[in-house]
Design a protein around this ligand. Structure first.
Ligand code: SAH
Length: 225
């Protein structure tokens, strides 16, 4: 522990109080799933936020995590998790590990978590944070738009960046009855839930949203495949 660093001075109990207030705000805002609220109460969001922004860790806002990426607001994570209907033992694929906060929430919900991040430095930082906190999750550095066929089918897939069109591979890797949570659109986006019913996918809109764009290597790479 680096003694005397400004950001280390706030006692842990302050964060606990901030965290409790955030959970109350989420509940007052309509998040009713107790397991989700409990996950927010047990995962230290501040551990995933860069030093300079850490004081704002328990505000209900998205925050920068470096490399032009952001950690979503707690409300967006809570809605995504609530609509994904995660139960203990579910296999869940997360596309866009980012800082790893939602990865930790998924693990707190008892899911078997598989998470893919395309930016190496974010992948490495998330891996370190999650290991330090003792979070059990399988991480991969790579392109999440292809999913992770080896561990499919998934009972839920949560995408943390906005797709122009949700990637085909993710529909194929969804278990029957499973949910795909994905923000769709360019500037005007909506967070959607697709539910698999055999070969049919039911579509619902959860809320309006503003996510960073999902990078689709296949499109940028100029047809190398
Ligand atoms: N929910 C995350 C934040 C996600 S930000 C958290 O709790 O911190 C979205 C992330 O998706 C970014 O880190 C971005 O690098 C990543 N991303 C974008 N396109 C991707 C792709 N094709 N495959 C994997 N990750 C991708």
């Amino acid at each position: 522990m680096a003694a005397g660093r400004l950001t280390d001075r706030a006692p842990a109990t302050d964060y606990r109080r901030d965290r409790r207030r955030l959970v109350e705000r989420l509940r007052d805002g309509g998040v009713s799933d107790l397991a989700v609220l409990h996950a927010f109460d047990s995962v230290p969001r501040h551990a995933f936020i860069p030093d300079v922004m850490r004081a704002r860790a328990y505000e209900d806002v998205p925050l920068p995590i470096g490399r032009g990426q952001t950690i979503s607001s707690p409300t967006i994570h809570a809605l995504s998790l609530e609509y994904a209907e995660i139960h203990p033992g579910h296999r869940v694929l997360e596309v866009g590990t980012g800082a790893g906060f939602q990865t930790a929430l998924l693990a707190a919900l008892g899911a078997r978590v598989y998470s893919i991040e395309r930016i190496a430095s974010l992948y490495e930082a998330a891996a370190r944070t999650l290991e330090r906190l003792g979070v059990d999750a399988r991480l991969m550095h790579g392109d999440g738009t292809r999913g992770w066929p080896r561990y499919a089918p998934f009972q839920a897939i949560i995408v943390g960046a906005a797709a122009v069109r949700p990637p085909e591979a993710l529909f194929r890797q969804l278990a029957d009855g499973g949910h795909l949570i994905v923000p769709v659109g360019r500037r005007r986006q909506e967070l959607r839930r697709y539910t698999r019913r055999g070969e049919h996918f039911e579509k619902e809109t959860i809320t309006g949203a503003r996510f960073v764009p999902l990078i689709e290597e296949g499109r940028r790479g100029g047809g190398a495949e």
